[in-house]
Design a binder for this molecule. Structure first.
Ligand SMILES: C[S@@+](CC[C@H](N)C(=O)[O-])C[C@H]1O[C@@H](n2cnc3c(N)ncnc32)[C@H](O)[C@@H]1O
Length: 196
């Protein structure tokens, strides 16, 4: 039993697995106007200020930096590609904190004025990452990864939401009432699924 666990862990951290994962889900960035439209829609439904976002497979970090800079969110990037992780780290180190807004308050919690403190970069596998504490779970998945979204959806807390770029999450289309699902058509189509 012990041995099996070890083999499994080694496999998940092996270069072969990383390569396969990135073949199944390669880097493709969300276009800027799509990102803007999604955040505007989310913020209208419920203000994003001080909330937590995770981008599952964050690429160059554009979504995470956007969320933290323009909506004052706490934003977490989960990624396995080493170059992408390095790019994000460098971008984070070079951030100009003058982008900051005033320190306002959210449910008694103060949002740090330091933009860098609100951005977290984590090397991890998106499919086994715990998303239960996040308000917004963002993903640009490929059809091959869809199965994993059942487990991700189960973890999302009530009041949270899942954003899916380009691909609909098939099983959610069948179970979610229309008023909890928004389709955005700005450059790339995207779907937002709200959990009650
Ligand atoms: C389609 S891109 C999306 C990039 C970014 N979220 C955006 O929308 O601009 C998917 C990213 O997921 C990363 N990725 C692929 N498999 C992964 C895994 N198992 N765990 C974490 N990241 C993964 C890839 O390296 C790639 O950067």
């Amino acid at each position: 039993m012990k041995e099996m666990k070890l083999v499994r862990n080694e496999y998940f951290h092996s270069p072969i697995w990383k390569e396969q994962a990135q073949m199944d889900l390669p880097f493709l960035p969300t276009p800027e106007d799509t990102i803007k439209a999604i955040f505007e829609t989310l913020n209208l439904r419920s203000p994003l200020y001080g909330k937590k976002l995770v981008d599952l497979g964050a690429g160059d970090g554009r979504v995470v930096f956007f969320a933290a800079s323009f909506y004052e969110m706490y934003a977490t990037a989960v990624e396995i590609n080493e170059e992408m992780l390095q790019t994000m780290q460098i971008s984070r180190d070079n951030l100009d904190n003058h982008h900051n807004f005033d320190n306002r308050h959210n449910n008694g919690e103060e949002v740090p004025s330091d933009l860098k403190e609100r951005i977290e970069i984590i090397e991890a596998d998106l499919f086994s990452f715990d998303v239960s504490k996040y308000d917004v779970v963002y993903a640009y998945p490929f059809p091959k990864c869809m199965k994993a979204f059942r487990h991700i959806w189960e973890q999302i807390k009530p009041g949270g939401c899942l954003v899916s770029i380009r691909w609909q999450i098939d099983f959610l289309n069948e179970v979610i009432p229309d008023n909890n699902m928004i389709k955005i058509e700005e450059n790339l189509p995207s779907w937002i699924y709200f959990k009650e």
